[in-house]
Design a protein around this ligand. Structure first.
Ligand code: FA5
Ligand code: MG
Length: 507
């Protein structure tokens, strides 16, 4: 068992010997804080560790320097400001991010360390692997704590030898990346004037093209490595009679993306379980970030990869919750091997799911703020109010319910402690309901027994305009069969809390 050392007083918390003042922005539950010491990416023989090492092997020292123990509690300046997130960006909302206090968060991505690492300027490239935290949906590929690897590679303009150019040097370095014969869909031009612009005041088209190609080839090499390992494991499993080998060809594609700290930007998607699964985001580093990190003469790329997503592909792990299992039937299946070979995960048992619906009317006053969002992608959604990079209407988010006023944000997004007042008298004092509040309530109540939470119905009453929501919560243990009494108990508690906290009326 990891030793849990989270002590909370009413105004302070201490995590692994570091003490922080809390304030009304604090929304990090103890279940999340107490998981900080687990650091799955450093646990020997854990699939996240094996995945990390396999990816690291494609980015060798001394060009790439590794940082694997950076502390997860960071400043808002590190997590957002240093990267050029506008002050009203949706990713800063307390609906999406765990705050300790107004200026301190649990990092939501490893990019929080980009500026500091560029500033240290101790290597041409780096890899940062770490645990990251987000208030997010519940399903088989999303979890509130996951692991990312940040990678970056830059070239110094002033170090380009006479007689050559930066672009030519990058093309030269590209030769050290092994060639592959994977067919990758990449239908978009490397940069697009409005959707995915070249930083034309700082980079020539040749430079951006060379950097982008180096970036994409480096990441395609990772995907090829992962899939060769996965294929070999599947073949070995088939020889052992466990399962049929995977015969489906690997399908991979690049799609244009948006991040405030890269331009142009892309995401890489892999076809998995009948759908496109996004595994990473990347792009050409915004020059103003390198300027403020004190290395204005450097030019390069950065990426952020989801380690769980890669590990799920690699080992064929069907559910992201399994990574947190302490069950030896899970943990004993994984071994770090020097030859990089992996063994496919064998599902030890599949226990039955228990789906239960919860339907309710929202209190009238909160109906507008609780319109279901489209899927959260807090780190890529451009800001319609105008971020630091130009944006197109085509990839602007549908709406943002957040505000940059702290007092307004607190009152509109906080999940207060359970109310003791009855729902009828307290209706006017309830905060607006947000989908991530339900997600968090389900996690707090059912923990890892909750497999997914899905909105299955939303409508407004034709006469009263009152908003209705129906969510399906699927309960399932990865380790045993749940009893119907147990499920009913959890589900009832969730219904009661919904009424007490958000003043909804169960239907
Ligand atoms: C980012 O976090 C950017 N910082 C990535 C980046 C780095 C872009 C450097 C440019 C340069 P995004 O929010 O898309 O982007 O997350 C990156 C990856 O993390 C995703 O592609 C996905 O693989 C993984 N990921 C995101 N949310 C979750 C989640 N809730 N559970 C598991 N994996 C997730
Ligand atoms: Mg993304």
């Amino acid at each position: 068992m990891a030793r849990v050392r989270v002590e909370a007083t009413s105004t302070q918390i201490t995590v692994e010997g570091k003490t922080y003042d809390t304030d009304e922005w604090m929304n990090a539950p103890s279940s999340i804080l107490s998981s900080i010491p687990r650091r799955l990416h450093l646990q020997p023989d854990h699939p996240i560790t094996i995945t990390r090492k396999l990816i690291e092997s494609r980015f060798p020292a001394p060009t790439y320097q590794k940082h694997n123990t950076l502390f997860p509690i960071v400043s808002v300046a590190q997590n957002f400001d240093s990267l050029g997130f506008p002050t009203d960006h949706v990713g800063r909302s307390r609906n999406d991010t765990y705050y300790i206090n107004k200026s301190t968060v649990l990092r939501t991505h490893t990019s929080a360390h980009q500026a500091d690492t560029f500033r240290a300027n101790t290597s041409e490239g780096f890899l940062i692997s770490a645990d990251v935290y987000r208030r997010d949906a519940i399903d088989r590929s999303h979890y509130p704590i996951f692991h990312q690897m940040e990678g970056a590679r830059t070239w110094s303009r002033s170090a380009v030898p006479e007689g050559t150019t930066l672009a030519r040097q990058v093309w030269d370095d590209l030769k050290t990346i092994p060639k592959h014969d994977l067919v990758v869909e990449d239908p978009n031009p490397s940069f697009h004037p409005d959707r995915n612009p070249l930083q034309s005041d700082r980079h020539s088209p040749e430079e951006a093209e060379a950097v982008a190609t180096h970036l994409k080839r480096s990441l395609e090499d990772v995907v090829v490595t992962i899939f060769s390992a996965a294929r070999a494991a599947a073949a070995a499993a088939a020889r052992g009679g466990f399962s049929a080998p995977t015969s489906e060809p690997l399908k991979v594609r690049w799609v244009e993306a948006y991040f405030p700290f890269t331009s142009p930007s892309w995401e890489l998607e892999v076809f998995w379980q009948n759908d496109w699964l996004e595994v990473l985001g990347c792009g050409v580093v915004q020059q103003r970030l390198l300027d403020s990190a004190g290395v204005p003469d450097r030019v390069g790329w950065a990426f952020g990869i989801g380690l769980e997503r890669i590990a799920m592909l690699l080992f064929e792990i069907p559910d992201i919750r399994l990574f947190w299992s302490r069950d030896p039937r899970f943990l004993d299946q994984f071994r770090e091997r020097v030859d990089g070979k992996i063994t496919r995960f064998k599902e030890f048992s599949k226990y039955p799911p228990a789906p239960r619906d919860v339907a309710f009317w929202l209190p009238k006053s909160t109906a507008a703020a609780s319109t279901p969002d489209s899927r959260n992608e807090p780190h890529s959604a451009p800001n319609p109010a105008g971020g630091l990079a130009p944006e197109s209407a085509s990839n602007a988010p549908a709406s943002s319910t957040t505000t940059n006023s702290p007092s307004a944000s607190v009152s509109s997004t906080s999940a207060p402690p359970p109310s003791t007042a009855s729902s009828s008298t307290a209706a006017t004092t309830h905060p607006p309901f947000h989908e991530n509040d339900l997600t968090e309530l389900v996690r707090a109540t059912a923990g890892d027994l909750a497999e997914s939470v899905t909105l299955i119905d939303a409508f407004a009453h034709p006469k009263t305009g009152r908003q209705s929501r129906c969510y399906r919560i699927v309960y399932r243990s990865l380790e045993r069969t749940l009893t119907s009494e147990e499920v009913a108990g959890l589900h009832e508690r969730i219904g009661r809390e919904l009424v007490a906290r958000w003043g909804v009326e169960l239907r």
